[in-house]
Design a binder for this molecule. Structure first.
Ligand SMILES: O=C(O)CCC(=O)C(=O)O
Ligand SMILES: [Fe+2]
Length: 229
């Protein structure tokens, strides 16, 4: 896999030794985990683990999401009202079932649990999508100062598909060149930073519109520092 960051990666922020170290440490941990597979993509670190979450946990999360969802929001203004049309649900991190999943993810990546934002559930019905975006914060935007004070930049993303989707709903990384089809229990993990710790453009990704059925996923974004104090 090519690991060269393109010069364009510098546009949304600056290199950072801390983030570069987190990138190396997590990748080394995943490389040594026989369950974790490395995706053969260009210019980004992407891994996956099929069957990571049990059917019981997937069902538990989908039930909670059906009980507590609201319309998804965006950090930055978009002129496109259809940019992110899913429903979202913040899952209570202190409930024992969720806490156990948090702990497992944190152990898997070797990132302290307090660096993880609260797991967010997202549900897409036919026609709903999350258009191409980066999970990292754009450091030139007005929200960045507030984010900096709350754990700083997002480094790794962990996303789990909770069900198989009848049609559509894949996660597409147009620049890294990979399309992931939803599969119940599958964990997808990627580093939003380049090797030098600057935001990596190649992690641009899209939750492609669902055409048939409903898509349920959970996402956890890890910060470079403590998010919970
Ligand atoms: O729905 C997807 O496949 C992608 C979701 C996503 O990009 C996110 O949660 O940050
Ligand atoms: Fe995303």
């Amino acid at each position: 896999m090519s690991t060269t960051a393109s010069p364009r990666t510098r546009r949304h922020g600056t290199p950072s030794p801390l983030r570069a170290r987190i990138g190396r440490q997590v990748a080394e941990r995943l490389d040594n985990n026989p369950a974790a597979k490395k995706a053969k993509v260009s210019g980004a670190q992407i891994y996956y683990i099929p069957g990571y979450l049990s059917d019981r946990d997937c069902d538990m999360l989908m039930t909670k999401m059906d009980e507590g969802s609201r319309r998804s929001t965006l950090l930055s203004d978009s002129s496109d009202p259809d940019f992110r049309t899913s429903d979202s649900c913040d899952l209570d991190r202190w409930s024992p079932d969720i806490h156990a999943i948090d702990e497992r993810l944190s152990m898997l990546l070797g990132i302290p649990a307090e660096n993880g934002e609260t797991i967010q559930g997202q549900r897409y019905s036919p026609g709903q999508q999350f258009r191409a975006h980066h999970d990292f914060f754009h450091e030139s935007q007005s929200y960045w100062e507030a984010m900096k004070a709350q754990g700083g930049q997002r480094t790794w993303t962990a996303m789990i598909y909770l069900n198989d989707v009848e049609e559509g709903g894949s996660t597409w990384f147009p620049q890294a060149g990979i399309r992931v089809k939803p599969e119940r229990g599958l964990l997808l993990i990627w580093n939003n930073m380049a090797l030098d710790g600057s935001p990596n453009e190649n992690t641009l990704h899209e939750g492609v519109s669902v055409t048939k059925g409903t898509k349920y996923i959970v996402t956890k974004w890890f910060r470079e520092g403590a998010w919970i104090r």
